[in-house]
Write a protein that binds this ligand. Structure first.
Ligand SMILES: *Cc1c(COP(=O)(O)O)cnc(C)c1O
Length: 464
């Protein structure tokens, strides 16, 4: 037997191997829009073929790929298609998928300019594009991370650094023990990842000053406590259930007068600011100090793609990299100063490709279409007796319920079993609801009608 290195050199030059994957991919793309949205029972049972001990011997790569295709593909959820309404899940703009493919072969790590000049270049370019698109302060910088969870962690770390620094306290050197107290103010509907970040940063979840919300889940601006320069306020662009937006203008103005730090969790909602007809929703958001937003939700980039934006570049960099770093900054952008990781994949490539392809008009049209489809859904479902829409559909989220929690839950599980569309449940104003999130460019008017029909079918089955 030849040695492993020789074998792998042959494989690297084996076009058939890479073509095999391409053929599988085309097959997948051809069926994913039409097929069952959730895997069948059979596909789920077949996953047991993966339950094996680590093989002793090296095998044929084509067999590895074949196993993945045969048993892996059918056990995916069709999130690329137009009838996946669970969580807040984007599809992928085709050019992004193709660009990611190319980037896969490049296998770049854009932490340092010398490590990936192309990665570094695209990060600087997209940083400027985002700042302009969202109308943020000119000095705002961006870090390209895995998602909004990490982006929020970074934004709050920058806030923590700056607030303590103003108190002559170096968080990196002195830690939190005996440090001046930082106040956290947020709405009772803040996303769980905000609470998680507060915990991870040692700020203490019990220290959160919770502010009541209105009937759409928006923080009550009139109930926000007096802020001061040691306060971090976390606001929300896009409530994960109702899709509502906080009153940024009122709260940010007050916060700025008090020299408090405002962080906005805009995972999917910040993109409303890029749409002419919807940008009233994010009015005043530019007055914050940091923002977290996803590419992989509303913009429909591949996973994993999140962005932290921060108008205090020094604070973000200091928070993510303790001083005395041996990594001397080059003249060009060194991405690792803006993220917690040193090594990470060049997710910027597909983010750039999608923004370059869509342009401002394309982004506007794509996001507005999601809003229109969500409203189509709400309009069609309201036509059916015993379904109620429980939120104002201001963006892409629709909350639907039946007359009782029990009925809502039964209908939801029946919809899931029908597999024509997929969505999850939540609780809204003390009642069980079915949560419809329209976040995919692939969702057509027909997809909405098929899905509404699935709701109707499920109700009939349950009531029978
Ligand atoms: C999805 C989401 C998050 C978390 O983002 P990830 O990209 O999954 O890490 C945070 N906040 C809101 C409002 C979200 O919708």
């Amino acid at each position: 037997m030849s040695n492993l290195q020789d074998k792998m050199f042959l494989e690297l030059r084996n076009k058939a191997l890479f073509k095999q994957v391409q053929d599988y991919s085309f097959e997948y793309l051809e069926s994913v829009l039409e097929r069952n949205v959730y895997p069948t029972e059979e596909a789920l049972e077949n996953l047991s073929v993966f339950d094996e001990a680590l093989p002793l011997l090296t095998s044929k790569p084509e067999n590895v790929l074949e196993q993945l295709h045969t048993y892996g593909s059918p056990a995916t959820t069709a999130t690329l298609g137009g009838r996946y309404f669970g969580f807040v899940i984007g599809s992928v703009v085709p050019v992004g998928l193709a660009a990611k493919n190319m980037a896969t072969y490049w296998d770049q790590a854009p932490g340092l300019n010398v490590l990936s000049p192309i990665g570094s270049k695209l990060e600087s370019v997209v940083e400027r594009w985002l700042v302009e698109l969202f109308g943020l302060p000119e000095k705002t910088c961006a870090g390209f991370v895995s998602g909004t969870s990490v982006a929020t962690l970074c934004g709050l770390a920058a806030a923590r650094y700056r607030i303590l620094e103003r108190n002559n306290w170096d968080i990196n050197k002195q830690g939190l023990r005996n440090a001046p107290q930082i106040r956290i103010v947020t709405g009772t509907q803040a996303h769980s990842t905000v609470v998680k970040a507060v915990g991870m940063l040692g700020l203490g979840q019990e220290n959160i000053e919770w502010v009541d919300v209105d009937d759409q889940g928006r923080i009550r601006a009139d109930l926000v406590p007096e802020m001061d320069e040691n306060t971090i306020v976390v606001l929300q662009a896009g409530n994960v259930n109702s899709g509502s937006f906080d009153d940024f203008e009122t709260i940010c103005k007050k916060a700025n007068e008090a020299n408090a730090w405002v962080h906005i969790d805009g995972a999917f909602g910040l993109w409303a600011g890029a749409v002419e007809k919807l940008k009233h929703l994010t009015k005043g958001s530019e007055l914050a100090s940091s923002w977290a937003v996803d590419g992989h939700k509303t913009l429909n980039t591949p996973y994993d793609s999140g962005i932290v934006l921060c108008s205090d570049e020094e604070a973000l960099k200091a928070a993510l990299h303790a001083s005395g770093s041996y990594l001397v900054k080059s003249k060009e952008r060194d991405g690792l100063f803006y993220t917690p990781e040193m090594s990470r994949r060049a997710r910027i490539i597909e983010l750039w490709a999608i923004m370059k392809y869509l342009g401002k008009e394309g982004i506007d049209e794509m996001v507005l279409t999601m809003y229109e489809r969500a409203n189509q859904f709400a309009d069609e479902i309201r036509e059916i007796d015993s379904f109620y829409v429980d939120n104002d559909v201001v963006f892409n989220q629709v909350l639907v319920r039946c007359d009782s929690d029990e009925l809502t839950e039964k209908v939801l599980s029946t919809i899931q079993e029908l597999r024509e569309c997929w969505l999850g449940g939540s609780e809204w104003k003390g009642k069980k609801v079915m949560r419809v999130s329209v976040c995919s460019w692939t969702t057509t008017q027909k997809d909405i009608s098929i899905s509404v029909n699935s709701f109707k079918k499920a109700l009939e089955i349950v009531l029978k």
